[in-house]
Write a protein that binds this ligand. Structure first.
Ligand SMILES: Nc1ncnc2c1ncn2[C@@H]1O[C@H](COP(=O)(O)OP(=O)(O)OP(=O)(O)O)[C@@H](O)[C@H]1O
Ligand SMILES: [Mg+2]
Length: 154
């Protein structure tokens, strides 16, 4: 069995404004992933610049920071087997126009700069870094979901 891990996920301001929080949370719940932390918040400029630090030299950086700070986001931590990769697969490609129907971006987006959701990438350490940036340890909960005994073989 692959190891259980935690990953950082965020419904971006466009997803919040378009009323997609419940739909997106429902998809992860249905899949069997477990919500272990959640925060409805507005990101300030410092946090945005740190979160997207890897893109600071890109031409779209200023627009990206402007967008992600423009309204509330739903920041979350989801746990499960191979959670980071599974969330990325469920999100689709970075560009919604290239995302398959059935994925979140493929079902709910059309434009690269308005792609509804963020999830940690699979670079080692990315998920942990992002979780720490948004959540204190005591804000993440350890508990069993009642269906876990039937969700995993062992
Ligand atoms: N060429 C681009 N032009 C405009 N915006 C872009 C471009 N590439 C990426 N972005 C924006 O920057 C965000 C971060 O890019 P990244 O390469 O990390 O994609 P991602 O990992 O799929 O998305 P995210 O990090 O938001 O989950 C993208 O979600 C997108 O909104
Ligand atoms: Mg990314």
């Amino acid at each position: 069995m692959m190891s259980k891990e935690r990953t950082f996920v965020m419904v971006k301001p466009d997803g919040v404004q378009r009323g997609l929080i419940g739909e997106i949370i429902g998809r992860f719940e249905d899949r069997g992933l477990k919500l272990v932390g959640g925060k409805f918040m507005q990101i300030d400029r410092d946090l945005a610049e740190e979160h997207y630090g890897e893109h600071e030299d890109k031409p779209f950086f200023d627009d990206l920071v402007e967008f992600i700070t423009a309204g509330p986001v739903m920041a979350m931590v989801w746990e499960g087997q191979d959670a980071t990769q599974q969330v990325r697969t469920m999100m689709g490609e970075t560009d919604p126009a290239e995302s398959a129907p059935g994925t979140i971006r493929g079902d709910f987006g059309l434009d690269l700069g308005r792609n509804v959701i963020h999830g940690s990438d699979t670079e080692p350490g990315s998920n942990g870094r992002e979780i720490e940036l948004f959540f204190d340890d005591e804000e993440l909960l350890d508990y069993e979901r009642i269906d876990e005994a039937w969700l995993y073989e062992d």
